[in-house]
Design a protein around this ligand. Structure first.
Ligand code: NAG
Length: 207
């Protein structure tokens, strides 16, 4: 009688442990999808749909990163890929504690687009890339936590940024060169003002 009771209890405990270890990753995936789509809609891109096919690939790569303790893109990937890594946290913290949010980190690269180098904003442009339709994310850990998100079709295609990366007002970002021209015009203006003041003072001295 007692042994059967203990046996049932053990089954229940094992079942709860399984639920605990299984559910969080899907909860994290759902939160990543939701946060991603919040930003996409803001930038006039359709919300992504969760793809289990893409998710298998992403999860496989996350597990390999965790096993090998390295941080690189999957070589010759047919999907777009955003990576994220953090130490000193657990998987359950991801999308669950303030500041531990891969989607926000990727989105915040907007501040470097398009004036910085590709590596400073590539996650942002993939995140809101209008041509991407499906999302699959993997989460794995081994002291550090690794998040891999794969996007299908892939973003960051050369020559297509103006059509796929829009500002909140629905227009493409001004090209890098207009920022440079603006800085140049402002510099010339400041120099012209200084030169006029100097010339005026010289003129007053001799007249
Ligand atoms: C964790 O990392 C070690 C190397 O530091 C590796 O030997 C082990 O297989 C990894 N475990 C998992 C579950 O990835």
């Amino acid at each position: 009688m007692y042994s059967r009771l203990w046996y049932s209890l053990l089954i229940i405990i094992v079942y709860i442990r399984c639920l605990q270890s299984q559910t969080p990753r899907n909860v994290i995936r759902a939160k990543i999808l939701e946060a991603t789509n919040k930003y996409r809609v803001k930038h006039h891109a359709v919300p992504l749909i969760r793809s289990e096919k893409v998710e298998v690939i992403a999860q496989d790569w996350a597990v390999r990163l965790a096993q090998g303790h390295f941080f690189e893109h999957r070589p010759s990937n047919v999907y777009g890929e955003n990576l994220w890594m953090a130490s000193g946290i657990s998987e359950a913290d991801v999308m669950n504690r303030p500041g531990i949010n891969p989607v926000d980190d990727w989105y915040n690269e907007i501040q470097y687009y398009p004036s910085g180098a590709f590596k400073t904003w590539g996650h942002f442009t993939q995140l809101i890339w209008r041509g991407s339709l499906r999302l699959g994310c993997g989460i794995a850990s081994n002291s550090s936590v690794y998040v891999v998100c794969n996007y299908d079709p892939p973003g960051n295609v050369q020559g297509l940024f103006d059509k796929n990366v829009l500002q909140e007002n629905g227009k493409p970002f001004p090209p890098k060169s207009s920022y440079q021209i603006l800085v140049y015009i402002i510099l010339v203006f400041i120099l012209a003002v200084i030169a006029s003041v100097v010339l005026y003072k010289i003129y007053r001295r001799y007249h």
